[in-house]
Design a protein around this ligand. Structure first.
Ligand SMILES: [Zn+2]
Length: 84
């Protein structure tokens, strides 16, 4: 990704899981959801489920920031394979 001199880039590891109750996709930090195998609550139906067991994808996002640290845009930097 090309950036101008006034921008900087940081990265965010995120994962997506599908709620087993209602099928709503839920996004969470990859470290929290997959590595820590955390339970999360579906914002649609309120069901609590395990993020790792219901994960469908994980990726590193690039976060482009203005020079004062404001988030300007996001992109997919790298896809991360989910472990079986
Ligand atoms: Zn749900």
């Amino acid at each position: 990704m090309s950036t101008s001199e006034s921008e900087s880039v940081t990265f965010f590891d995120m994962a997506v899981a599908v709620c087993p109750g209602c099928g709503t996709p839920v996004a969470e930090s990859g470290w929290y959801g997959i590595d820590m195998e955390s339970d999360v609550e579906c914002y649609e139906c309120g069901k609590v489920f395990n993020m790792k067991k219901n994960a469908v994808d994980r990726a590193t996002l690039s976060v482009v920031l203005s020079k004062n640290g404001r988030i300007k845009r996001l992109g997919v930097e790298e896809k991360i394979d989910l472990e079986e």
